[in-house]
Design a protein around this ligand. Structure first.
Ligand SMILES: NC(=O)c1ccc[n+]([C@@H]2O[C@H](COP(=O)([O-])OP(=O)(O)OC[C@H]3O[C@@H](n4cnc5c(N)ncnc54)[C@H](OP(=O)(O)O)[C@@H]3O)[C@@H](O)[C@H]2O)c1
Length: 255
């Protein structure tokens, strides 16, 4: 790479986002890592600097707060301000109940993070990409749940259907600005996702992956970096990846 490209990753404190930060750092990209847990960001920054000699800037904020998102982007130092790639990864599932029993606070957390947070960041970063006139790349974390709804998945699946529709909408609206849009749609990935979904119940979370080999954050990160490293005239619209033991949102083979 002649000039190092700048990648902003939301939700880099754990799972897919953290693995993606490592994978981009290994390829020589400059990184803006974000998330709410600042101590984790600081540890990741040191590790990326030590392991890969990466240039890293950290910004700790909550994507649900539009003012915080805008302020964090405004505060970027000059050498990180020209963002080439945005990875909209921050997100969560909260709860797994029938629609009549779901917690409203869980619904709000998912809608505010997975849909509204993604929109806040996308608006701010896409305007920067448009202003500099050199194109760019937005990579959204969708899910197999973005086109299939499973029992009790109701609101989480709805937010990922929204990410699916928004990815298509972004691809259309940003076409004239040469901004590529990729949607990465994983099946089961073992991260902190299920621990968060079950509000810290690690045993229940472990049960989700029992009897099959799930994807890892590294597997998904590899797909993200591959899509990002295609030549400028190539847009990877979607990548759907599942464990070999999972056919789709409904069918899995548990031994
Ligand atoms: N794991 C799966 O099976 C799977 C499958 C398909 C799609 N996905 C999607 O992949 C993405 C990453 O999930 P993961 O599996 O890596 O889960 P994870 O290990 O729980 O990581 C989620 C990341 O999102 C960040 N985040 C959550 N709420 C946030 C907020 N309000 N503001 C800023 N950052 C926030 C977290 O950081 P902080 O808590 O530090 O803020 C964390 O870094 C999500 O969009 C998820 O829906 C996951």
């Amino acid at each position: 790479m002649t000039t190092k490209k700048v990648v902003l990753i939301t939700g880099a404190t754990s799972g897919i986002g953290e693995a993606t930060a490592r994978a981009f750092a290994e390829e020589g990209y400059k990184l803006i890592i974000t998330g709410r847990r600042s101590e984790r960001l600081a540890a990741l920054k040191s590790s990326l600097q030590e392991q890969f000699g990466a240039e890293v800037y950290l910004a700790s904020f909550d994507v649900r707060d539009k003012a915080m998102c805008d302020a964090a982007l405004e505060a970027l130092p000059e050498d990180f301000a020209d963002i080439d790639i945005l990875v909209n990864n921050a997100g969560l599932a909260a709860g797994l109940e029938h629609i009549n029993e779901g917690e409203v606070s869980d619904w709000n957390a998912m809608i505010d993070t997975n849909v509204k947070g993604l929109l806040y960041i996308t608006r701010a970063v896409s305007n920067r990409m448009i202003a500099r006139g050199k194109g760019g790349h937005i990579i959204n974390l969708g899910s197999t749940a973005g086109t299939q709804v499973y029992e009790n998945g109701n609101v989480y699946c709805a937010t990922k259907h929204a990410v699916h529709a928004l990815s298509h909408g972004m691809r259309i609206d940003l076409l004239r600005h040469r901004i590529r849009v990729t949607e990465i749609r994983p099946g089961m990935v073992e991260t902190e996702f299920s621990v968060v979904r079950f509000h810290g119940d690690k045993e229940r979370a472990d049960g989700v992956y029992r009897g099959l080999k799930p994807l890892t954050g590294d597997d998904v990160a590899e797909a993200i970096v591959w899509a990002a490293m295609q030549p400028d005239h190539v847009n990877i619209s979607e990548i759907v990846l599942t464990p070999t033991a999972q056919a789709d949102s409904y069918y899995k083979f548990v031994e």
